[in-house]
Design a binder for this molecule. Structure first.
Ligand code: PLP
Length: 441
C-alpha cells in the first residue's frame, strides 16, 4: 500500500485517481463543519449526502440515541415488535395522506426501493394479476445501488454500462420532458409528447403486464431536475387508468429538503407507495422506510396456511435506536420550524448564485429549496484540465478552500447545505463558489 492509501474501497470511485488526488480523511464533525485528520475545517455543503440536514453532533439527537440505547438497544422485527418503531410511525403519519398508513422499515434507500418493488410484484400476484411483472422508471433517475434498484437507475450517467445487463423484458426506462435539453419545444409540448410515448409503450406491451411506475418529483442525480407538474400528474393518471401502482421515491427529497415535508406534497399526487431514507434520522443510524397504502397491506393479510405473507426483511428492520433518532429528528424539525425557513433560505441561495449564469459554460442552476445543482454545458473543459469535467475541477478547488459539495457527474455539482445553515454561512458559500469559478474561467 502506498503512502496515504487505505484499504477502504470507496463508493462510485476510481480508486487509483482517488488516491492520486490526495483524498480528504475526516476525523470529527461539529455543527455544519467537518475536520480532517490534520484538523482542516470543511463546511458540509451537501449535508454529508443530503442526510445530515441538521448538521452534526446535535445534542438533542445524541441524547435521544443514548437514552434509547440504554433502554432498548436492539430488537428484531422477525420475532417481536418494539414500541419505538410504532411511536415513530404514529408521528410520521401526521405528515402523510391518510391512505399511506403502513410502514416497512429498511436500512437504506436502496433497500427501501427494493422492498417497494417486491411488494408491488407480490401485491399484483395476490390480487390475481400474475402477469403484472414489469416496472417503469424515468430517464435520469437514481434509485439505489442494489441490483434491482440499480436496474431502474440504468439510464443515469452514474450507472454507465448497466444497460448491458438490464433485463429488457422487465425494466422500461422512459423519456422525461427535460426542458434543459437542447430543444425548441416548449415544456408543455415536451410533457404531452413524453406522456403520449409512455402511454403508447404501455398499450404496445399490454397494460396488464405492468406492475408499477417509480419516479422522483425532483431528480437529484439528474442535476436536481424538478419534473414538471403536468407530467407528474399525467403519469399518475396513466397509473390509475391502466392499474399500475404509483411509487414516489422521496429518499433525497423527503423531510424538508426541497421546501416542504415531502416533495409530492406540493402537487395533487396520491402515490400508493413512498420510499424514504437519508434525512429520516439525520443520517445517524442507517435507516430507510417504505410507506404503503392500506389497500396494498390488506392484500397480504391471511391465515397461516394461505401463503400470503411478504417473505422479506432485514435483521435490523425497525432498529430501536434508528427509530428513536428519527423521532428526535421530527421533534427537531418541529422545534426549529425548519419547514418555514427552508424555502426562503433556498431561494436566497439560488438567487445569490445567479451571477454564475454569466459564464458561458454554466448551463443553469436547477433544483428547489435547499437541493440545488450547478449544471455545466456538457463536455466543457477548463484550460487546466483536458481530462476532468468542470464539476470535478471546481469541486477540488472548493475542497482546498474548505467546502465539501458533491460532483454528481462531469457537468453537475450538487449544493445542498444543512437546512439549519445561517445566512452568514450561505453568504460565505456563495462568495467562495463565485470566486472559485472566476479563477477557472
Ligand atoms: N433513491 C434516491 C432518490 C436517492 O437519491 C438515493 C441515494 O442517493 C437512493 C434512492 C439510494 O439510497 P441509499 O444510498 O441510502 O441506498
Amino acid at each position: 500500500m502506498n503512502k496515504g492509501e487505505q484499504d477502504v474501497w470507496h463508493c462510485f470511485s476510481q480508486m487509483r485517481e482517488f488516491y492520486r488526488n490526495t483524498p480528504i480523511i475526516l476525523n470529527r464533525a461539529e455543527g455544519h463543519y467537518f475536520y480532517d485528520v490534520k484538523n482542516k475545517k470543511y463546511y458540509d455543503g451537501v449535508s454529508t449526502l443530503l442526510n445530515a440536514s441538521f448538521g452534526h453532533n446535535r445534542s438533542e439527537l445524541m441524547e435521544a440515541i443514548y437514552t434509547q440505547a440504554r433502554k432498548l438497544d436492539v430488537t428484531s422485527l422477525f420475532n417481536a415488535g418494539n414500541d419505538i418503531s410504532q411511536q415513530y410511525f404514529d408521528r410520521l403519519k401526521l405528515y402523510l395522506p391518510p391512505n399511506l398508513n403502513k410502514v416497512f422499515y429498511t436500512n437504506s434507500g436502496s433497500e427501501a426501493v427494493e422492498t417497494a418493488y417486491k411488494i408491488c410484484r407480490q401485491y399484483h400476484w395476490l390480487v390475481g394479476d400474475e402477469k403484472r411483472t414489469k416496472f417503469i422508471s424515468m430517464k435520469g433517475a437514481y434509485h439505489g445501488s442494489n441490483l434491482l434498484a440499480n436496474y431502474i437507475t440504468a439510464a443515469s450517467s452514474i450507472n454507465r454500462g448497466m444497460e448491458k445487463i438490464i433485463d429488457q423484458e422487465l425494466f422500461f426506462v422512459v423519456d422525461i420532458p427535460d426542458s434543459y435539453d437542447e430543444t425548441d419545444a416548449t415544456e408543455n409540448e415536451l410533457v404531452v409528447d413524453r406522456l403520449h410515448s409512455l402511454e403508447s409503450m404501455i398499450i404496445d406491451q399490454g397494460p396488464e403486464t405492468f406492475s408499477s411506475i417509480i419516479l422522483e418529483v425532483v431528480q437529484l442525480s439528474n442535476g436536481a431536475y424538478p419534473l414538471p407538474k403536468l407530467f407528474l400528474e399525467g403519469v399518475q393518471n396513466l397509473c390509475r387508468k391502466y392499474g399500475l401502482l404509483f411509487i414516489i421515491d422521496e429518499i433525497a427529497t423527503g423531510f424538508g429538503r426541497t421546501g416542504s415535508m415531502f416533495a409530492f406534497g406540493t402537487y395533487d399526487l396520491k402515490p400508493d407507495i413512498i420510499t424514504l431514507g437519508k434525512a429520516i434520522n439525520n443520517g445517524l443510524i442507517p435507516m430507510g422506510a417504505v410507506v404503503v397504502s392500506e389497500h396494498i397491506f390488506n392484500a397480504f393479510l391471511g391465515e397461516k396456511d394461505e401463503d400470503k405473507e411478504l417473505l422479506h426483511g432485514y435483521t435490523t428492520s425497525g432498529h430501536p435506536i434508528a427509530c428513536a433518532a428519527a423521532l428526535a429528528t421530527l421533534d427537531l424539525m418541529e422545534n426549529t420550524s425548519i419547514l418555514e425557513c427552508v424555502n426562503e433560505l433556498g431561494s436566497n441561495l439560488k438567487t445569490s448564485l445567479m451571477p454564475l449564469l454569466n459564464y458561458e459554460f454554466v448551463k443553469c442552476i436547477s433544483g428547489n429549496g435547499m437541493m440545488l445543482a450547478l449544471r455545466f454545458k456538457p463536455g466543457y473543459r477548463v484550460a487546466m484540465s483536458e481530462k476532468w469535467g468542470i464539476s470535478h475541477i471546481l469541486d477540488s478547488k472548493l475542497k482546498q478552500r474548505g467546502f465539501l459539495f458533491y460532483p454528481d457527474d462531469e457537468d453537475t455539482l450538487i449544493i445542498a447545505p444543512p437546512l439549519t445553515s445561517s445566512r452568514e454561512e450561505i453568504v460565505s458559500l456563495v462568495d467562495t463558489v463565485l470566486s472559485t469559478i472566476e479563477i477557472l474561467s
